[in-house]
Design a protein around this ligand. Structure first.
Ligand code: FEO
Ligand code: CA
Ligand code: CA
Length: 558
């Protein structure tokens, strides 16, 4: 729990190396949309209403999006909906991010939504289970449908009479897919190209201080496979689960990057300087001199946490990438020029960035239990990293890692790492994934228990039932408790929590409902209960008294 003393002490700390409080939300807006409200509280006593009692819900295995009292939802958009006369909303929506068109109106803006991966049964009518050699029996038309279903969507959304809806055919509306040409923000070509084809595996993301979206390519190896190297540095190819490489000769090295999208015209670029790995998210902080710090985790078992620090203002290209040694609290430079061990193995900085996992391992980065989302606590400045699980190391329920940069300076090369929260039956959550702070600094968190282990008798996940959304209040009697406020439909995961600029709406993705379906006539979920009975990933808007109270800052002493 953070009292006023700690709050003030952080403002003091931040003013040394960064800025005062507002930039966390006004400039980086890593999860909470850039907000005027938070800045206005600087001179106020930051206290929550003392009498707010939050009543959570029990774990549920029902096929519905079940919410705590004081919350309600409506669907904003779902898979297959037309966004223009030519384009439809993609599949498996994850990260969401809202930017108002006009800062004075928080109810009209552009919503970016990631489309992470296809389920061929739904997207391309291809049932893997019916074939002995499925990859050999697919058609290019099926693969094209899958390539269209991923990437991201930009849609203009407006709130009227309490309901958010899409402005169909708004000129901003567009799709990015696995076929969209995207420039590389780098001097050297990669595998001969300076523009590559497509983005996919778009999991979580971020926002820049200059109001563009970041979408992160996570499990890219499932699409065009991966290049691996043996002990003699000889490369070979591992095929992707989806087998797109059999139809399109796009190298794996063109994926696994952070991609920036300008919402005004849909133009995109891949940021090579941030390294190539299974990027879960990319969380930015703007320093006082406008240089950028970007945190990103590699969501693969025993992989690493990274941070990029730019050397010039507003750049995601000029600067240094570091990997975290969380045992000794050191950021390890991945600069080829200054690391003899990297010079020995790799021919240049480009190769270090393309094979950055190997480079980080050589330097002694610390293996982590699958880093997922990252958020900067707007009150303490601590960097929180969800570590979802690592069954190989008997970590079934995951934890939240806390990184305290030395002297509160985000460009520091040293830090202190500790465990902030541990998953399990006692704390009430398992497998943390997405994180989001609201305008009062309460932490919202989603879980990602894998569909194959959820609600299974022999699994340690049984008591947690369906995946859920939790809130961890910062103030009052419930401070620090993990309270379940939403339960997902069957097989689904709740992803991409993002607050509207006035804090009144929580945009949330419902991803992969009915994922374990083997027969479309008998799906494991029917959410969102369309007439055709087919489950569909969708973005919902959650509103209500509970959210407004949680977000309301008060001058009343608790
Ligand atoms: Fe796509 Fe790490 O979640
Ligand atoms: Ca995730
Ligand atoms: Ca996940």
């Amino acid at each position: 729990m953070y009292g006023r003393r700690k709050f003030i002490s952080f403002i003091g700390k931040a003013s040394l190396g960064a800025a005062a409080l507002p930039p966390f939300l006004t400039s980086c807006g890593s999860t909470s949309t850039p907000s005027q409200n938070f800045g206005q509280t600087k001179d106020q006593t930051l206290k929550r209403l003392g009498n707010l009692v939050l009543k959570g819900i029990d774990a549920s295995d029902q096929d519905d999006l079940h919410l705590a009292n004081g919350l309600n939802y409506h669907t904003v958009i779902k898979w297959g909906d037309n966004i223009t006369d030519d384009d439809t909303f993609g599949f498996n929506n994850d990260f969401t991010c809202f930017i108002p068109l006009d800062k004075s109106n928080p109810t009209d803006g552009l919503l970016w939504v990631n489309h992470e991966y296809p389920n061929p049964l739904f997207v391309s009518d291809f049932n893997y289970r019916q074939y002995d050699n499925p990859k050999e029996q697919r058609t290019i038309e099926q693969v094209d449908k899958e390539m269209y279903s991923v990437g991201g969507s930009i849609v203009r959304v407006k709130e009227e009479n309490g309901k958010w809806s899409v402005v169909k055919n708004d000129p901003h509306n567009r799709r990015l897919t696995a076929k969209t040409p995207i420039k590389l923000n780098w001097d050297s070509p990669i595998l001969g190209k300076t523009t590559v084809i497509g983005t996919h595996s778009n999991c979580s993301g971020g926002i820049t201080p200059w109001n563009t979206f970041l979408t992160c390519e996570e499990n890219y190896h499932t699409c065009f496979g991966e290049t691996i190297y043996d002990e003699n540095n000889v490369p070979s190819k591992v095929p992707g689960y989806l087998g797109w490489e059999a139809f399109y000769d796009y190298p794996p090295e063109h994926y696994g990057w952070v991609v920036e999208i300008d919402p005004t015209d849909g133009s995109a670029q891949k940021h090579i300087a941030l390294g190539r790995f299974a990027h879960e998210c990319c969380t930015l902080y703007e320093l006082e001199d406008k240089r950028i710090v970007a945190y990103s985790g590699d969501d693969k078992t025993d992989e690493y946490l990274y941070k990029f620090v730019s050397s010039v203002p507003g750049s995601l290209r000029e600067g240094t990438l570091y990997a975290a040694d969380t045992i000794n609290g050191k950021w390890l430079s991945l600069d080829w020029e200054n690391q003899p061990v990297l010079k020995e193995k790799f021919k240049d900085q480009t190769e270090v960035l393309v094979r950055v996992r190997e480079a980080a391992r050589m330097l002694g980065a610390t293996e982590l239990n699958r880093p997922e989302d990252i958020e900067i606590d707007p009150i303490t400045g601590n960097v929180l990293v969800a570590l979802t699980n690592n069954k190989g190391k008997n970590d079934y329920h995951g934890s939240i890692l806390k990184v305290e940069e030395t002297d509160g300076k985000f460009d520091s090369l040293t830090f202190k790492a500790s465990t902030h929260l541990v998953g399990g039956e006692e704390s009430g959550f398992s497998c943390p994934d997405n994180l989001a702070f609201d305008l009062s600094g309460n932490l919202w968190m989603t879980s990602d228990i894998s569909g194959s282990a959820m609600n299974k008798k022999d699994e340690p996940y049984l008591p947690f039932k369906n995946n859920s959304l939790f809130v961890i209040p910062r103030y009052g009697a419930e401070a620090g408790k993990v309270i379940r406020v939403a339960s997902a439909p069957r097989d689904a995961e709740l992803t991409g929590p993002w607050f509207s600029p006035d804090g009144k709406t929580l945009f949330l993705s419902v991803q992969h409902p009915g994922e374990l379906t083997t027969d479309l006539k008998n799906p494991t979920s029917k959410w969102p209960f369309d007439d055709d009975g087919i489950p569909k990933p969708a973005v919902v808007a959650i509103t209500g008294d509970l959210i407004e109270k949680m977000n309301k800052l008060s001058q009343i002493e608790a």
